[in-house]
Design a protein around this ligand. Structure first.
Ligand SMILES: Cc1cc2nc3c(=O)[nH]c(=O)nc-3n(C[C@H](O)[C@H](O)[C@H](O)COP(=O)(O)OP(=O)(O)OC[C@H]3O[C@@H](n4cnc5c(N)ncnc54)[C@H](O)[C@@H]3O)c2cc1C
Length: 303
């Protein structure tokens, strides 16, 4: 990367990690994706602010990654910097029914921590992989509930490196969307308002939903979860099944025979394979069902 040395020099006191030409396949659930020019892991908010200012000074574009469970990264990788929030963003703080969770905290850990304290409200996220920050960006959830249900506000760092607070209303959270992208902010931590309940009861609900997912989703293969959003009246998986596309394969990418809205990396898939298969499905469903499927997976990088 041009000016890498100068960039590093411009951030004295940066405590995090900086890696060059880091393969994104190591940071996505698909196990797919070429190198990021710079892979930066700021340790805490101060580090993140320093990094954002440094990158802006050298006009380096920035992309933030959570746990990479909803990403299709190009085989050529990502130009500029990829930022993954470090250990300082992985904390959870509980005061009564108010919970503050760091954006790098795994959703599964947040559930464990809150259930352990007898706090309900996040069960809709049972079994959803990824981080709190990624879940806010995507407004992740299931038919049982979304992260927006109990979210009160977030703290985030804007493009100038300033720490800002935004309420749920300001985030415009809808089905698999929020204004996080348009606002160009990086979520740092998230405040929730939960409700006291019997931990055993919450646990039972969560366990049964996790079990149900195991029965309906392909195990042990790289996927990004649902590839397409559900259209207004219907289910993307049913549409894909209705055109007989289960098991359809391009290169190493295959439509799952267990869940038609999942595309599996059979082990050798490239990003181009997955993208081509997605395009084929969109075309087939438009022709046969008159519906245009909208990707849920975030397609990023240099194509
Ligand atoms: C097996 C499987 C099952 C899944 N099931 C579900 C499901 O039931 N429901 C559901 O909603 N999703 C599901 N998903 C998709 C995925 O888990 C969610 O979208 C999740 O919220 C993504 O979180 P992440 O941390 O992995 O984000 P990433 O995939 O890393 O990123 C997703 C987007 O969020 C942005 N982002 C990440 N962190 C931040 C941050 N701190 N600040 C600003 N932007 C950020 C990224 O730039 C990117 O645009 C599934 C995925 C898999 C692999």
């Amino acid at each position: 990367m041009k000016d890498a040395e100068a960039l590093i020099q411009s951030m004295p006191g940066f405590k995090g990690k900086l890696l060059f030409a880091e393969p994104m396949s190591a940071h996505t659930s698909y196990k797919i994706g070429g190198p990021a020019d710079l892979y930066a892991v700021p340790k805490d908010v101060t580090d993140l602010q320093l990094l954002i200012k440094g990158l802006a000074e050298y006009s380096v574009p920035l992309f933030v990654v959570g746990d990479g469970t909803n990403l299709l990264v190009a085989d050529k990788g990502i130009r500029g910097a990829v930022v993954q929030l470090g250990t300082g963003f992985g904390r959870v703080h509980v005061r009564g029914e108010e919970v503050t969770a760091g954006a790098a905290l795994k959703i599964s850990r947040l559930l464990r921590e809150t259930i352990g304290r007898g706090l309900a409200g996040l069960e809709g996220l049972a079994g959803v992989p990824g981080t709190v920050g990624g879940a806010v960006y995507m407004n992740a959830g299931t038919r049982h509930g979304y992260i927006s249900d109990t979210l009160v506000s977030i703290s985030a760092v804007d493009q100038c490196g300033t720490l800002v607070t935004l309420t749920k209303d300001e985030l415009g959270m809808g089905y698999r969307e929020s204004k996080v992208r348009d606002l160009g902010i990086i979520v740092a931590d998230v405040q929730f308002e939960l409700k006291k309940a019997d931990p055993e009861m919450i646990n039972l609900v969560v366990e049964s939903r996790v079990q149900r997912r195991k029965e309906t989703q392909p195990p042990g293969v790289g996927t990004c979860g649902s590839v397409f959003k559900n259209p207004m009246d219907g289910h993307a998986a049913q549409l894909i099944e209705s055109v007989g596309a289960k098991g359809m394969q391009i290169g190493g990418a295959r439509v799952s025979s267990k869940h038609a809205n999942f595309i599996e990396n059979t082990g050798t898939a490239t990003a181009a394979d997955v993208k081509e298969l997605m395009e084929k499905l969109v075309k087939l469903i438009q022709e046969h069902c008159g519906v245009i499927l909208d990707p849920e997976v975030q397609i990023v990088g240099e194509w």
